[in-house]
Each structure stands twice: as structure tokens, then as C-alpha cells.
Design a protein around this ligand. Structure first.
Ligand code: IPE
Ligand code: IPE
Ligand code: MG
Length: 240
């Protein structure tokens, strides 16, 4: 692997938990449990490689439409997971951040999210951006509302609104654009994830289901990324 070409910001649509469980004749929630325990492994490997930000899509604004039993499992899974690993996370290098809405999830989870952000705020390793009750359109609309308030209060002027400024109104403020977007499970769509932030991201799709996605699979994605010719609309010197 070319260590000079490690993406700074990787985003993962961790998909395929349900199918992973179904293949084993188990209920979908079994796949979610397995998938949750896979996150640490990938975060550790990304941190070891020098990745700065890892954004993971864990629950979308559209996932509320799933059967009630699955939704309530997905709302309590992070509580059990974080309580179990709280001390480990406190000692870890990861700086945890949450993107998404906070107003529809239970109070216990809201408090835990805030506490995790606080206790890891001075950590200097990988920023783990957990996208939960996250939808890109929802994030953009919330950003526009905040921007409108600042415009109305004359805190900023309309002429000052640039893409860079608007970026600071998003949940992902200061995390930077996504360099590499990975989606597991063979689906090749974005499903309302980081639409603004992936403007020039390299896309990588794999058939591997999320619970089976391991360090070797992450390496494969990064190797594929390192071979891409990122032009950002321009031309490289040798192409002119
Ligand atoms: C991804 O796995 C996790 C969430 C969306 C919560 P899925 O639950 O979408 O699994 P599949 O796509 O049905 O296999
Ligand atoms: C996207 O996966 C959301 C998450 C991974 C959290 P979905 O499984 O919900 O997406 P669709 O429905 O296949 O597009
Ligand atoms: Mg899915």
C-alpha cells in the first residue's frame, strides 16, 4: 500500500447486516449486533493507517420506516454497546462525534452521545463521526435554518456566504470533504449520505456484507483509491 496516498476522510455506508443474518437463518437484529462489533476493528485499522476522519452511517432518517421491533433494537443497541465499552473508549485515541438529528432519539441515548463527545473531546487520534438518525437532506435543511438565523441577526452578510462558510453550518463542520466513500453489500447508491461532502469523493463499492468487512477489505478499498486520478475538474501537469 502506498502510505503517501492514505485518504484523510473515509466515509462508510455499512450495509448488509440483515442479509448477513438471513444467510445464517438468524433474525436481522443478529446481523446488527454483529455489525456494531465490527466498527471498532475498522476504526482501529483506519487509525493505525493514519486516516484522520472516519464517518460511519449507522441509522438513516429513512430507517424509522422499518418494522417497530427492528427500530427499537437499533435504538437500544448503541446504549448497550457504549455502556459496555465506555471505559475503553475513554482510554482510546478516538475523538467521537455524532452527526444527525438528536430530537427523535430517546433521552438516555442523547445523554450518552453528549457524554461520549465530551469525554473524548481532547483525544487526538481518529475522529469517529457516527451518523445516527442522519440524512443529508435533513442536515442541509437544518444548516440552512441556522444560516438564515445568523443572516437575520446580521451576524453574517449574504455576500459572505460561500461553500466554505456553509460547510460550517453542517453537522460535519470542520471535518473536511470525504475523500473515499465505501459502500458494502453490493448496493451502488448513496441513500442520502453526506451529499454535500462527497462532491469529489472517490466511490468504492464491494459485495462484502458489513459484518464480514475486515482490515483486508479496508486495505483493498484504500489501494483502489490510491490508484485513482483525482482531478477536481482540472488537469494534472502531465495531462496538459
Ligand atoms: C445496514 O444493514 C444497517 C442499517 C441500515 C441500520 P441493513 O439493515 O440495511 O441490512 P440489509 O441491507 O437489509 O441486508
Ligand atoms: C443506508 O442503508 C443506511 C445505513 C447504512 C444506515 P439502507 O439499507 O437503509 O439503504 P437502502 O434502503 O438500501 O437504500
Ligand atoms: Mg441495507
Amino acid at each position: 500500500m502506498d502510505l503517501t496516498k492514505i485518504p484523510s476522510h473515509i466515509a462508510i455506508i455499512l450495509d448488509g447486516n440483515g442479509r448477513w443474518a438471513k444467510k445464517r437463518g438468524r433474525p436481522r437484529i443478529y446481523g446488527h449486533r454483529k455489525g456494531a462489533f465490527n466498527i471498532e476493528k475498522i476504526a482501529k485499522h483506519a487509525n493505525d493507517l493514519g486516516v484522520k476522519v472516519l464517518s460511519i452511517y449507522c441509522f438513516s432518517t429513512e430507517n424509522w420506516t422499518r418494522p417497530e421491533g427492528e427500530v427499537s433494537y437499533l435504538m437500544t443497541l448503541p446504549i448497550r454497546y457504549f455502556n459496555r465499552y465506555f471505559n475503553k473508549i475513554k482510554e482510546s485515541p478516538y475523538k467521537i462525534r455524532f452527526s444527525g438529528r438528536r430530537d427523535r432519539i430517546n433521552q438516555k441515548l442523547q445523554d450518552l452521545m453528549q457524554e461520549l463527545e465530551e469525554v473524548t473531546s481532547n483525544h487526538e487520534g481518529l475522529i469517529l463521526n457516527i451518523c445516527f438518525d442522519y440524512g443529508s437532506r435533513d442536515e442541509i435543511i437544518r444548516g440552512i435554518k441556522k444560516l438564515y438565523t445568523d443572516l437575520s441577526n446580521n451576524k453574517i452578510k449574504a455576500v459572505d456566504v460561500t461553500p466554505e462558510l456553509f460547510d460550517t453550518y453542517l453537522d460535519t463542520a470542520y471535518l473536511g470533504d470525504v475523500d473515499l466513500l465505501i459502500r458494502t453489500s453490493g448496493e451502488e447508491r448513496i441513500s442520502n449520505f453526506l451529499l454535500w461532502q462527497i462532491a469529489y469523493a472517490e466511490l468504492y463499492f464491494t459485495d462484502v456484507l458489513w459484518p464480514d468487512f475486515d482490515e483486508i477489505e479496508l486495505d483493498k478499498a484504500i489501494i483502489s483509491y490510491s490508484k485513482r486520478n483525482r482531478r477536481f475538474g482540472g488537469l494534472k501537469e502531465q495531462e496538459k
